[in-house]
Ligand binder design. Structure first.
Ligand code: FAD
Length: 582
């Protein structure tokens, strides 16, 4: 028990989906006090957050951190805007609401990275338990909404379904038939562990009231007035973790609370935690908080005058995100409605007869790729042995014979006088990092995903682009489009293959992040570049956890939020069960 109400059992930093799952679950016990610290404000009535047609409107507003990436070495030093939510509800207040989980095989691979108990079946329990699936009516089903029995849950907090803005009649059938003619089968439900094929996806929304369903709506507002043991500090930023003068018997550091600053008062204040400090500030900020608190790589912390109290060079390492760009064709039709059509392609779908040659080329290059990753990282961040093992694991998963893990995602967006396909490589091999560059906590860290560091990522993206063009040339989609608007045949000639330099330069020019940054506080065995153990506990600490998208041991093929909710749910239960880890 804690001595007074000024001292909380748990302090959670960040009120995104991860932070709010933790807050909700931990505060269900009335004897436990929980403080949530969130840099942003509540957005209950902000129409940019509630309107189901609002995706995009909140970007670059006060609820978006709008970070700028570090210059991207492999993109001619270009910097990219990194959207990220700053609100009660975190990035779910500004995101696209797509509810897509992951591929079974890739979650099963998490266990092998030193995480006992992490498998698809373990996460499936949480996906279902947290979900309130709203069964689509007959009209929505005619327009493509579909699901498999047993895949969804009906009693959870996260509302999932389709809105009335569904794309008009005919689009679903047109894309489904085109996919079939491409050899891409219809997948009735991509959320059951097999994502490959052509599908429609559900959204995180309230289908009856037609409002977006962000993490605060799901997990905070319903309990806000019924839990006096839950304290939420809005417009408040955590600047560092506070440490006890004495260490635990095994030498681990012990957190006593956090230092905070509010948006109206520059004076540093402290909040004390008698049990744990849990960082859920997102994959771009939790590593920065660890570093500002002295946990990290001495070669990163030393030069900016921060004393290393736990030597953990993998903090902020392993950052991975996906490349995002679009191919667009003119159409004589003004398509209306909100699209939710996706094609998930495997390596075999993308490379066809070239697959085994491509796989051999990759295998032959793995050592060189590992060396490149090490060369681009700060001193002692990682080793070629670790990187080689991780690259091999990913290559085996993605390029396995008869492998089912999707390697590229194609989103179909018919609009006014056009049909656009937004597409991205799902599992890039390039690897970056996120590190602080100043002792000032208010300064954003340097976000460096190292996009297109390894040539293989450009080739996969180009091969996906060639496949998108083939889609547009296949009936019946081909009969609904006229000229290619982007990139346009003048930029990339019609017959350009995926090794063509024209694709490479177009990809480098059009490059955007996909805003799915993961693994910067990876849950892995410590000697394999892990930051946290299988229960989210930071190595070298007695009572500090990280629980957010940063702990994903690897990138996933789904969109992140469904899996962030599930990962946080599983770790919250581990905390409640008293498993401190290690
Ligand atoms: C433009 C965009 C579109 C997306 N679309 C989709 C989609 O359609 N479907 C999907 O599943 N996923 C989507 N995502 C990704 C998904 O929303 C995020 O991966 C997910 O919200 C991450 O959850 P999190 O809890 O790890 O972090 P976040 O949701 O980012 O929450 C972290 C919170 O911590 C707060 N914070 C940070 N530092 C501090 C500090 N020092 N002190 C106090 N508070 C702090 C932040 O303000 C934020 O509220 C999208 C992301 C973006 C940017």
């Amino acid at each position: 028990t804690c001595p007074s109400h000024q001292v909380f059992n748990y302090i959670i930093v960040g009120a995104g989906p991860a932070g709010l799952v933790l807050a909700n679950k931990l505060s269900a016990n009335p004897n436990v006090t929980v403080a949530v610290i969130e840099a942003g404000d509540e957005q209950y009535t902000n129409p940019n957050v509630t309107r189901i047609d609002a995706f995009g409107l909140a970007l670059n507003t006060s609820i978006d951190w709008s970070y700028t990436s570090a210059p991207q070495k492999y993109l001619s030093d270009k910097t990219l805007t990194y959207y990220s939510g700053k609100a009660l509800g975190g990035t779910t207040t500004i995101n696209g609401m797509t509810y897509l989980r992951a591929e079974k095989g890739q979650i099963d691979a998490w266990e092998g990275l030193g995480n006992p108990g992490w498998s698809w079946d373990a996460l499936f329990k949480y996906y279902k338990e947290q979900e309130k699936f709203q069964v689509p009516d007959a009209e929505k089903v005619r327009n493509g909404a579909s699901f498999e029995e047993g895949v969804h849950g009906g009693k959870g907090e996260v509302k999932v379904g389709w809105s009335s803005l569904f794309m008009e009649d005919g689009v679903f059938e047109m894309l489904r038939e085109t996919s079939a003619n491409m050899g891409i089968a219809w997948n009735k439900d991509p959320n059951g562990g097999r994502m490959g094929g052509f599908s429609t996806w559900p959204f995180t929304l309230d289908a009856e009231k037609e409002i977006r369903w962000d993490a605060a709506r799901a997990l905070y507002y319903p309990i806000a007035h019924t839990r006096p043991n839950l304290y939420v500090f809005l417009n408040t930023t955590a600047t560092r973790i506070l440490w006890s003068d004495s260490k635990a018997t095994d030498g681990d550091v012990v957190a006593t609370g956090v230092e905070i600053v509010t948006s109206t008062n520059d004076t540093r204040q402290t909040l004390q935690a008698c049990e744990e400090v849990i960082l859920a500030a997102g994959s771009l900020r939790s590593p920065a908080l660890l570093e500002h608190s002295g946990i990290g790589n001495p070669s990163v912390l030393g030069p900016i005058g921060i004393e290393t109290i736990v030597d953990l060079p993998s903090v902020g390492a392993n950052l991975q995100d996906q490349p995002n760009m679009a191919i667009s064709y003119a159409s004589l039709t003004n398509w209306t409605g909100y699209p939710c059509f996706v094609s998930y392609l495997t390596a075999a779908d993308i490379f066809g007869a070239n697959l085994s040659a491509f796989t051999s080329e990759l295998s032959a290059n793995i050592s060189a790729y590992a060396a490149q990753i090490v060369a681009d990282a700060p001193e002692n961040e990682t080793t070629t042995a670790i990187e080689e093992a991780l690259l091999k694991l990913q290559a085996d998963l993605v390029f396995a014979e008869n492998g089912t893990v999707p390697l590229a995602e194609l989103l179909w967006a018919p609009g006014a006088g056009s049909i656009t396909c937004v597409f991205w490589t799902l599992l890039p091999f390039s690897k970056g990092n996120v590190h602080i560059t100043s002792p000032e906590a208010a300064q954003q860290p340097a976000i460096n995903p190292n996009f297109l560091q390894l040539p293989i990522d450009t080739l996969i993206q180009a091969a996906a682009a060639v496949k998108v063009r083939k889609y547009f040339a296949t009936a019946p989609l081909s009969s609904h489009v006229t000229v290619e608007v982007a990139p346009g045949l003048g930029v990339v000639p019609k017959d350009a293959g995926w090794r063509d330099e024209k694709w490479v330069s177009w990809i480098k020019q059009e490059y955007n992040p996909n805003y799915h940054p993961v693994s910067s506080a990876a849950m892995r065995r410590r000697e394999w570049g892990g930051v946290v153990d299988a229960n989210g506990m930071v190595y070298g600490s007695r009572n500090v956890r990280v629980v957010d998208a940063g702990v994903f041991p690897t990138q996933i093929s789904g969109h992140l939020s469904a899996s962030v909710y599930a990962v946080a749910g599983k770790i919250a239960d581990a905390i409640i069960a008293g498993k401190k880890g290690k």
